[in-house]
Design a protein around this ligand. Structure first.
Ligand code: AVJ
Length: 344
């Protein structure tokens, strides 16, 4: 293979670590993205209460179902965040003088386009580097970016978020973008760990744009996660199809149901699968089994809701200084801009 030159968005010492199979998309060398699931799934299913890490939801089928969720009348998040970005991208980009936009997630959603458009309009050039574990997602993003914005320098980063953002050159002024309230999936342990890693990876002229769904009346929150067409239920229960497929397990989707509620103390939507009757779940590859008892719940996903002022204060302890707060007229969703705190 010919010697490839790593684009300048990467730090100088990163060159040996990355390789490119597809023009413009860089993969972390030797990282086996598939070796983790078995370990993760068995460990958390043997926990009490049983639970699953959210990333198992996003196989091809799950990703498609999530796209459908985003268009549901009850699921206000995507629409609301998109409106905020559509109307306020110009202010956001003006407040963050950067050369490069790094998106956590495959990117090139309608929402990201507002930011790219403004970056090009205000600065005349734009480097765009989405980070995702899906090559297919990155290629789709690349094709769309080439079609609509031939002026953009596109560098797909094929890795998990942390490996991706840690590889970015700290000297390159960068806006990290993490939309959709994906932070809502992080539990109490994952949340501070993630933000510490991200802040460590940020250089002195870097910014973070964060989308966060807000605490609000449960009569608005709960239907967003229990829609009348049953798409959310299908999305959550699909995780067991994925697990059966990956581990040769025998979860019976027809003998389980979906249950979700807003837990006001933890300020989170909790999404469960509940067994309709006792079933023995076997994992032949690991030579392991457990009895999933009737009415026992498995926590498949959480979606935490935030109070923006409190979130800003909390992140300030990790080294992120609040710059701006954008919200919608109903104050349902917040898009928060931070910058890396100068060393004290
Ligand atoms: C992708 C984590 C932002 O929590 O709203 C939507 C996932 N799950 N409906 C969310 C989800 C069920 C979504 N996030």
């Amino acid at each position: 293979m010919k010697q490839q030159t790593l684009p300048n968005i990467f730090a100088d010492d990163q060159s040996p670590q990355w390789t490119s199979q597809h023009d413009g998309i860089w993969s972390l060398r030797g990282a086996d993205l598939d070796s983790v699931p078995t370990l993760s799934i068995l460990t958390t299913l043997w926990d009490q209460p049983r639970w699953l890490e959210a990333y198992h939801l996003y196989d091809d089928q799950g990703s498609e179902l999530f796209e459908e969720i985003c268009d549901l009348p009850e699921y206000y998040l995507t629409r609301t965040e998109n409106n905020i970005l559509e109307t306020q991208a110009s202010d956001i980009i003006a407040a963050a003088p950067v050369e490069c936009i790094v998106e956590l997630g495959a990117g090139y959603s309608k929402k990201t386009v507002h930011l790219l458009t403004e970056q090009l309009r205000q600065r005349g050039h734009c480097q765009f580097a989405p980070i995702d574990v899906s090559i297919a997602g990155l290629r789709a993003s690349q094709a769309a970016a080439r079609r609509d914005f031939p002026q953009i320098d596109f560098h797909g980063i094929h890795s998990r978020y942390e490996a991706g953002f840690s590889a970015i050159d700290k000297n390159l002024p960068t806006l990290f973008v993490f939309l959709g309230s994906t932070i809502g999936n992080f539990n109490q342990t994952e949340f501070p760990r993630f933000f510490r890693a991200l802040t460590d990876a940020m250089g002195p002229n870097d910014y973070l744009l964060l989308g966060a769904d807000r605490v609000k009346d449960k009569n608005i929150l709960e239907p967003a996660y229990n829609d009348s067409r049953g798409i959310t239920a299908a999305f959550i229960l699909n995780v067991f199809r994925n697990i059966n497929h990956q581990l040769g397990a025998n979860f019976d989707i027809d003998r389980m149901r979906y249950h979700s509620w807003f837990n006001p103390e933890w300020q989170q939507i909790e999404m469960y699968a509940v067994a309709n009757q006792d079933q023995t779940i076997r994992f032949p590859s690991a030579n392991a089994a457990f009895t999933w008892q009737r009415d026992e719940r498995i926590l498949v996903e959480i979606s935490r809701k935030f109070e923006p002022n409190r979130l800003q204060e909390q992140l300030s302890f990790i080294g992120l200084q609040p710059v701006a707060h954008h919200t919608d007229p109903q104050e349902w969703f917040s898009v928060l801009l931070f910058r890396k705190q100068a060393h004290r």
